[in-house]
Design a protein around this ligand. Structure first.
Ligand code: SF4
Ligand code: SF4
Length: 172
């Protein structure tokens, strides 16, 4: 059984903060059985990620370790764990909730900054090379359509996402 520790005396605990987020409300149902970890393809490949551990540390209030660490970014959102959790903890969604908190605090992996810049500049995460463009007709593929990057920028602005990068830069 896990007991929330840090943050309780000072007000809202870290798990309370997660519970209030979209997807985060089931975190406190976890009883640490480990089914998620044994179902997780990422945990099988690397000792740097264990969903049970992410849940445990979050319940313990270790928010600096969770928000500032790499592990929450290693989940590949396959939802294996979520289908198998006997407590119906929505683990992948909990991890999304934690990621959103981390992003708001300026903890954003560099790869996501690159994605943002690419989407903001070109409307695509991956820039299409001239080679690929030239190859398309030889494969009977039509030319690529413009991405509508202005519309993409409006979405980024409307969601407030364009405000996050300066926050990241300030935190560095
Ligand atoms: S499977 Fe569910 S209850 Fe078991 S450790 Fe993972 S999140 Fe907790
Ligand atoms: S959703 Fe994430 S934590 Fe769950 S099994 Fe897949 S990779 Fe592992």
């Amino acid at each position: 059984m896990v007991h929330a520790k840090a943050g309780k005396a000072a007000g809202k605990s870290f798990s309370d903060t997660i519970r209030e987020r979209l997807g985060g409300h089931t975190i406190t149902l976890c009883y640490q059985c480990g089914t998620c970890a044994s179902s997780c393809p990422v945990a099988k490949r690397t000792p740097d990620f264990n969903p049970r551990e992410v849940i445990k540390l979050s319940l313990l209030g270790e928010k600096d370790e969770i928000l500032g660490g790499q592990s929450i970014w290693l989940c590949c959102s396959c939802y294996n764990c979520q289908e198998r959790c006997p407590q119906k903890v929505e683990i992948a969604d909990v991890i999304y909730a934690i990621r959103n908190i981390a992003i708001e605090k300026g903890h954003i992996p560099s790869i996501y900054i690159e994605f943002f810049n690419a989407i903001s500049n070109d409307g695509r995460i991956v820039k299409v090379s001239q080679f690929a463009e030239n190859k398309r007709p030889t494969l009977s593929l039509p030319p690529l359509q413009p991405t509508g990057v202005e519309a993409v920028r409006k979405i980024l602005a409307a969601t407030g996402f364009d405000k996050i990068l300066p926050k990241k830069e300030e935190s560095q």
